[in-house]
Design a protein around this ligand. Sequence first.
Ligand code: GRF
Length: 208
Amino acid sequence: MFKIVVCVSGGGTNLQAIIHGVDQGAVENTKIAKVISNNRGAYALERARQAGIEAVCVSPKDYEDREAFNQAFVQEIEKTEPDLIVLAGFLVTLPVQLIHRYANRIINIHPSLIPSFCGTGYYGLKVHEAVLARGVKITGATVHFVDEGMDTGPIIMQKAVAVREDDTPKTLQKRVMEEAEWVILPWCINLIAGGKVRVENGRVFVSE
Ligand code: GRF
């Protein structure tokens, strides 16, 4: 069984899509071993518990400095020995040691077509506000491996979503989630769990 840990900070709709994918068999041979949040109030933790998944909060507020938090966070991950770490709306910068230890075994979902509208400051609604302000006609979502940079790791999959003239940041965010994020994140996990994804020179190749 392929073991994943999902890290979340907020509502957890992407987590829900993964849970659904595992339950319905779209994500094969995979167990969500644990859900970790930095935010005690994250509804994602509730979603995990309702699905019978261990849900843990590791909050920076409970530690005296960043280093102590990082250590606790890494320990919580390592207890589970996951095959893959999935960042599904996780708003904390990962400790570099974890990124090195889990090279090409951490993935993130970003709500734009990278390299557009990504990097520092582009999170949540801000991404969709910037998309509308620039007037692009196509946006979407990207699943990528996590490296030391901000949204710079190898791209695994992208899905485009058309921008409508009457979109607001909220309507666009909702459509990007429904049409792209909730589709490609479980899909990528299934491909990785099935051993179908390899990375060469910063590029991802998927075999069928
Ligand atoms: C999503 O838009 C995801 O792309 C971004 O944060 C949001 C998380 O939403 N990284 P949810 O918690 O999965 O509902």
